[in-house]
Design a protein around this ligand. Structure first.
Ligand SMILES: NC(=O)c1ccc[n+]([C@@H]2O[C@H](COP(=O)([O-])OP(=O)(O)OC[C@H]3O[C@@H](n4cnc5c(N)ncnc54)[C@H](O)[C@@H]3O)[C@@H](O)[C@H]2O)c1
Ligand SMILES: [Fe+2]
Length: 397
């Protein structure tokens, strides 16, 4: 079967990427709308960018109001600003939230209407030039044809997926990730791990997507715990920035599957950060997937070094699953109880969450095809396993 493989036009990576990337500014346009969040402004990251832009005489307007989980109203405001400020290109700097908001602003500016009408539709007209500068090592939005925006009228995290959402320039400046706090480092790192793992086990996986997925998984197992315990480990931060990009490339070409499908509704309804809800779901979903992905999981055991000579394929797969659980435990992944989610409300929403997950299409890319009933069962398991974990922690404390 033939496959299309997409990546951004230019990828600038390694130390001092920001400086090198700025050599391309004049090719991007004359005035940028910089889409970002307050933390990026307060941390001085936006200033580092605008200082470089000032030096090149390229104008900009800073739109720094994107919160985690960007909404359709934030996109509307961005489009208004893009027009009123006379901008002709876009720069997104921050985690996945500002990067996704930037893409949605570009889409609505070029195609009109409301972003709420874009879910499941093809984007017709080309977007302005876009440059993504990720500051978390997680979403891989800088490498994907995806933007995720919450429609607050319906409480749905809309998955927009179109080749026109791929950026022109991705600048992977690892220094920006040095300030990410441990819990965000863990959540975003597990998001990247989930992208790679889901891409590798997706029914749409192919040779090139596997190449990127495997490389990302190896780097994440080698470095995530190090950056979680020592945020200043430059070499590990650099490898994680590359891993997140690779994982993004893998999943945008081979798709995510059940974890992401189930994670978006939890984010939309209960406001659990994307990486954290993925991390919590990974455990139950990996168990569901395992019978249909034994060979592939055994291959991953060889990649991360848990496979031992003489093991059966199943034992190899088990060793990979066990290593993943151990990593999640070491990263102190939260439980649903940490977000004060009401149990009754959670169970009441399970049918809607399962329905929304199925509609997104992602679960159907899983090697073991789930039904809506399977998803409902997995949501319940997610809750009960969280309760056990929470009780264990409370007992230890
Ligand atoms: N487009 C895609 O392909 C794709 C893939 C996965 C997830 N997503 C979406 O991305 C969003 C999540 O992105 P995210 O996990 O990167 O989180 P985020 O952008 O919401 O950022 C999380 C927090 O970390 C802070 N932060 C970011 N960089 C920092 C830095 N360098 N130092 C200190 N603090 C920093 C932010 O200010 C914010 O408070 C979700 O909406 C999710 O659905 C998109
Ligand atoms: Fe993700």
């Amino acid at each position: 079967m033939a496959n299309v493989f997409s990546v951004p036009r230019f990828v600038i990576s390694g130390e001092n990427s920001l400086k090198l990337g700025m050599d391309y500014l004049n090719a991007m346009g004359t005035k940028a709308l910089i889409v970002t969040d307050k933390a990026m402004v307060d941390l001085g990251n936006v200033k580092k960018l605008t200082d470089e832009m000032d030096a090149k005489n390229v104008s900009y307007y800073v739109y720094g109001e994107i919160n985690t989980e960007p909404t359709h109203s934030m996109v509307d405001k961005g489009v208004d600003l893009y027009k009123s400020e006379g901008c002709d290109f876009l720069i997104g700097i921050g985690g996945g939230s500002p990067l996704d908001a930037m893409k949605a602003i570009g889409a609505v500016y070029a195609n009109g209407g409301s972003i709420c009408d874009y879910m499941g539709k093809k984007i017709e007209k080309g977007l302005p030039c876009m440059c993504a500068i990720p500051t978390t090592a997680g979403t891989g939005s800088e490498a994907t044809k995806v933007s995720i925006i919450t429609n607050t009228n319906t409480d749905v995290k809309m998955l927009l997926n179109d080749p026109k959402l791929m950026v022109d320039y991705a600048i992977l400046e690892p220094d920006f990730t040095l300030t990410v706090p441990p819990s965000v480092t863990a959540a975003t790192g597990v998001d990247a791990l989930t992208h790679a793992l889901e891409a590798y086990t997706s029914i749409k996986a192919f040779a090139l997507s596997d190449l990127f997925a495997v490389s990302a998984i190896k780097k994440i197992f080698d470095n995530l715990y190090s950056v979680y315990t020592n945020g200043n480990n430059h070499a590990a931060r650099r490898d994680m920035a590359i891993a997140a990009f690779e994982a993004g490339v893998a999943f945008t070409n081979a798709s995510v599957t059940i974890v992401h499908g189930m994670s978006r509704p939890i984010g939309a309804l209960f406001h659990v950060p994307h990486g954290m809800s993925n991390a919590m779901l990974l455990k139950v979903c990996l168990n569901f997937l395992k019978p249909a992905a034994i060979e592939k999981l055994c291959e991953l055991a060889k990649v991360i070094g848990t496979y031992r000579v003489g093991m059966t394929v199943e034992e190899g797969a088990d060793s990979f699953v066990a290593a993943t659980y151990a990593l999640l435990r070491a990263l102190n992944i939260n439980t649903p109880m940490d977000y004060n989610i009401n149990k009754e409300e959670f169970f009441k929403q399970i049918p809607k969450m399962a329905e929304d997950a199925m509609i997104s299409g992602s679960p159907l890319n899983t090697r073991r095809t789930p039904t809506k009933e399977d998803l409902m069962e997995l949501y319940a398991k997610f809750w009960y396993e969280g309760e056990v974990e929470h009780a264990n922690r409370t007992e230890k404390a």
